[in-house]
Write a protein that binds this ligand. Structure first.
Ligand code: KG4
Ligand code: ZN
Length: 398
């Protein structure tokens, strides 16, 4: 089946079309096309994501990106808008997009001029994320579902990060079987801007939360420490770049940071103290040289990653995990990827699955994959009509 997916949970407007096939023992995904509009430049002056601005940008971007997506996928064909205009559908779509009048205007001008593409369902991120921005994506999905009378698959963003590892680049060669396989029990480490969780995955969609952060998420700590060091938003990649440089040039250590909750005996995390320690340390040092900034970025990265490594290691041991999946924006971090790859030498019976670099941060590809897997595992959960009320289903929390 072909799934169109929509992700607007934060500051990326992302769309994708995937061809999904196979069963749970071997789900297969072929990426037909994707389009993304990043809002980084818009939010940079605010040092973080400004939700109402993000919502406005999503509403502006969705239709142009969608038209581009269909073009790339070879699925764009012109049609006369008459059919939709003369049935009551347009009025229903207007109601769904009532709070997004610009989106409705774009919808009428462009989407009514194309034929229904060969898409069987629409996956959309229903949360967690920024509520105003989620709604834009959800309402756009509902409008498309109404127009084409196809089902909507409301999808959990964090489940998306878990499934982000399932895209096999080599899968393009049809005869070759995908080597990517999540074997259970698996442990998933989720490291994003909003979450830090260790999850035991007993089977497809069977989650048990082992532990999570008690305060800031690890990505949030990267962003806050970056701000303290005077680096631009988003801070994660900046810290990573400076820390790599500091390691390569062997800059001397300028502050020693704590490893919060390293020996707490549970799977919880805390990153807010780490950020505060950086803040006090920087205040003491006064104006920072580039070398000092690099050394602090490096020590912060070491501290945060050491805690993630240690807790994950214990979870793998305790649950004899066959697979370790790491998902979420922070897995874009080069040093983290290297350290976890090294860790796996101690676990010869466990396979480490990491998403390809561009699927680490928010994207729509992972949303289509998560929707397909959920649809395979529990098809009765799946709404069968485009007019499903997503609000009633609420937001799942892993
Ligand atoms: O998953 P994601 O794109 O959005 C959320 O769901 O939150 O994660 C974004 C987070 C941000 O905090 C960002 O700074 C962090 O991922 N991040 C990184 C790197 N790239 C993105 N953190 C460390 N190193 C990176 N290279
Ligand atoms: Zn995310």
């Amino acid at each position: 089946m072909n799934i169109l997916s929509i992700e607007t949970s934060c500051d990326e407007t992302a769309l994708a079309v995937l061809e999904c096939s196979g069963n749970l023992s071997a789900p297969r995904f072929t990426l037909r096309a994707e389009t993304v509009a990043s809002q980084i430049e818009i939010h940079k002056p605010f040092g973080g994501v400004f939700p109402m601005l993000a919502k406005r940008e999503h509403a502006r971007n969705l239709v142009p990106l969608f038209m581009e997506l269909l073009q790339k996928a070879g699925m764009r064909e012109s049609a006369s808008p008459a059919a939709a205009l003369h049935s009551g559908i347009l009025e229903n779509i207007r109601m769904v997009l009532e709070r997004e009048p610009d989106l409705f205007t774009h919808f009428k001008e462009h989407i009514l001029t194309i034929k229904k593409p060969p898409v069987d369902a629409i996956a959309v991120t229903q949360g967690p994320g920024l509520e105003p921005t989620l709604w834009v994506g959800i309402n756009f999905a509902r409008a498309l579902g109404l127009l084409w009378n196809i089902p909507i698959l409301p999808t959990n963003h964090m489940e998306g990060h878990i499934m982000s590892v399932l895209l096999d680049k080599t899968d393009k060669i049809k005869s070759q079987k995908s080597k990517i396989k999540i074997e259970f029990p698996a442990v998933a480490l989720l490291v994003s801007g909003g979450h830090t969780q260790l999850v035991l995955v007993r089977d497809w969609l069977q989650y048990e939360l082992l532990g999570e952060t008690r305060d800031d998420a690890v990505g949030e700590a990267f962003d806050k420490v970056a701000r303290i060091l005077g680096l631009p938003y988003p801070g994660g990649p900046e810290i990573s770049r400076l820390a790599d440089e500091a390691r390569a040039k062997k800059y001397p250590e300028v502050m020693k940071l704590p490893r919060p909750m390293l020996n707490s005996g549970n799977y919880d995390f805390s990153f807010s103290g780490l950020k505060t320690a950086v803040l006090y340390g920087v205040k003491k040092l006064g104006t920072l040289s580039d070398e000092q900034r690099g050394a602090i970025a490096c020590e912060f990265e070491d501290a945060a990653i050491e805690v993630l490594l240690e807790k994950t290691k214990r979870a793998l041991q305790e649950h004899s995990a066959k697979t370790l999946v790491i998902g979420g924006g922070v897995v874009a971090n080069r040093y983290l990827r290297g350290k976890f790859t090294e860790l796996m030498r101690e676990f010869p019976n466990t396979t480490l699955l990491l998403p390809e670099h561009k699927l680490s941060t928010d994207n729509a590809v992972m949303i289509a994959m998560a929707a397909y897997v959920r649809n395979l595992a529990s098809p009765t959960d799946t709404p069968t009509s485009g007019v499903v009320d997503i609000v009633a289903q609420g937001t799942m929390k892993l």
